[in-house]
Design a protein around this ligand. Structure first.
Ligand code: 5GP
Length: 206
């Protein structure tokens, strides 16, 4: 049977909207895999390399850009670089899995331009206060950094019309069910299923 191309699911939204937790919910679905980004940011105390990020130097990152290895990349907070290596698309295709990208708003718009069939989910924080609390709870950012992140979140909120779906992250259980439902429904979109349906139609005699 013909296999559908991997579904690309973009989970994006303002900094501090709780994207990572919702990404984990999608990854609970069989047949999904995470795109591990490269970043020039230093690892936080809780992060080990290769799980959420591959940590690289600025020189390594620039070389990867030069070699055209990124599907998208962006400088976040005017400081660190983050990018999605194209290799994950090949890997997802080879494994027959759907690929989940957790990326910022600039990156999401780049991916939608290149892969129009990608499905973009906008994770909406319930309020600015909630975002601030989330950033502070991590306890790893300076006051300056917190201010920068909050200002950036404000600008990112305005980009919601470019997305296919919105999930308001005010109740983790419900928001988790919603992202899973979006992933499952996206798998069944007619445009993705057409080749497989044609094969089945042939078994009916065409
Ligand atoms: P953090 O430093 O808190 O891990 O991530 C900062 C921001 O960068 C978050 O909004 C996160 O979603 C985004 N980000 C992580 N990986 C990528 C990536 O590969 N590309 C882009 N454009 N943004 C990313």
């Amino acid at each position: 049977m013909i296999q559908a191309a991997p579904l690309v699911l973009i989970v994006s939204g303002p900094s501090g909207s709780g994207k990572s937790t919702l990404v984990q919910k999608i990854l609970e679905l069989p047949g999904t895999m995470l795109s591990i980004s490269c970043t020039t940011r230093a690892p936080r105390r809780t992060e080990n390399a290769g799980k959420w990020y591959n940590f690289v130097t600025e020189a390594e990152f620039q070389q990867m850009i030069g070699r055209g290895e990124f599907l998208e990349y962006a400088q976040v907070f005017g400081k660190n670089w983050y990018g999605t290596p194209k290799k994950w698309l090949d890997e997802a295709r080879a494994e027959g899995k759907d690929l989940v990208l957790e990326i910022d708003v600039k990156g999401a718009l780049q991916v939608k331009e290149k892969l129009s069939e990608a499905v973009a989910i906008f994770v909406v924080p319930p309020s600015r206060a909630d975002v601030e609390q989330r950033i502070r709870a991590r306890g790893q950012d300076s006051e300056d950094e917190i201010r920068r992140r909050l200002e950036r979140s404000r600008q990112e909120m305005l980009k919601y019309p470019s997305y296919d779906f919105a999930v308001i992250n005010d109740d983790l259980d419900r928001a988790g069910r919603e992202v899973q439902a979006i992933a499952l429904a996206s798998r069944c979109r007619m445009a993705r299923q057409e080749d497989r349906i044609c094969e089945i139609v042939k078994t009916f005699g065409g």
